[in-house]
Design a protein around this ligand. Structure first.
Ligand SMILES: CC(C)(COP(=O)(O)OP(=O)(O)OC[C@H]1O[C@@H](n2cnc3c(N)ncnc32)[C@H](O)[C@@H]1OP(=O)(O)O)[C@@H](O)C(=O)NCCC(=O)NCCS
Length: 176
């Protein structure tokens, strides 16, 4: 196990990205996909040049996981809001790699003037909630029973991080 590098994803990473994600599609509620998406879908995300879209991988000898930012909703008034997601290979969890990926991703979004970063977390997911809390996100709401997977209803929690420079150092949602 060598040193871990965080870098932009490239098309050669697509099979590993798909494999890491597809394992979650089949076994977990972290994604509401029910069947593995076509690789083209990942190719479009990796290749996106839209401002505020980034796709990063963490790698040592191979790709260990990925994090990306994308459109929250397509209408243009949402343009300075981004939604983020992170997935690690099972064997790469518990080493702080998601923090490493988010540090780079959030720094890029801050530098671009993104105002609010959102994460949607299907419950329960203690590791993901702890990660987002640790990165300064605040749990701003729960949408009850919006997902149906593995024969049960699933809630999602909405987590938000303000990148407003005037609120730097102030936990989001608190008077500052
Ligand atoms: C969520 C995920 C990205 C976290 O990645 P990670 O780098 O391995 O995170 P860690 O295991 O280091 O845990 C992050 C934090 O959660 C805590 N944590 C981990 N598992 C936990 C558990 N079962 N209960 C409570 N806390 C837990 C860790 O102690 C750590 O807290 P700290 O930052 O305060 O030390 C990873 O578990 C993953 O890829 N899961 C599957 C996909 C997924 O759920 N993605 C998120 C979709 S919203």
């Amino acid at each position: 196990m060598g040193p871990v590098l965080v870098r932009d994803a490239d098309p050669a990473d697509l099979p590993r990205i798909a494999a890491i994600y597809d394992e979650q599609v089949r076994t977990a509620i972290s994604t509401f996909d029910l069947v593995p998406p076509p690789v083209d879908q990942w190719a479009a995300k990796v290749g996106s040049t839209r401002p505020g879209d980034h796709f990063l991988v963490a790698q040592d000898d191979g790709v260990l996981g990925f994090a990306y930012s994308s459109t929250y909703r397509p209408r243009p008034a949402y343009d300075r809001t981004r939604e983020v997601s992170v997935y690690l290979d099972e064997a790469a969890r518990g080493r702080g790699l998601s923090r490493l990926l988010y540090a780079e991703l959030l720094a890029r979004l801050r530098a671009e003037g993104v105002r609010t970063v959102l994460a949607v977390i299907a419950l329960p997911n203690e590791a993901s909630e702890a990660l987002h809390r640790g990165c300064g996100f605040e749990r701003v709401g729960v949408l009850p029973e919006v997902g149906w997977k593995f024969e049960r209803w699933i809630d999602t929690a909405l987590w938000a991080l303000s990148l407003d420079p005037a609120r730097r150092g102030t936990p989001p949602g608190r008077p500052g």
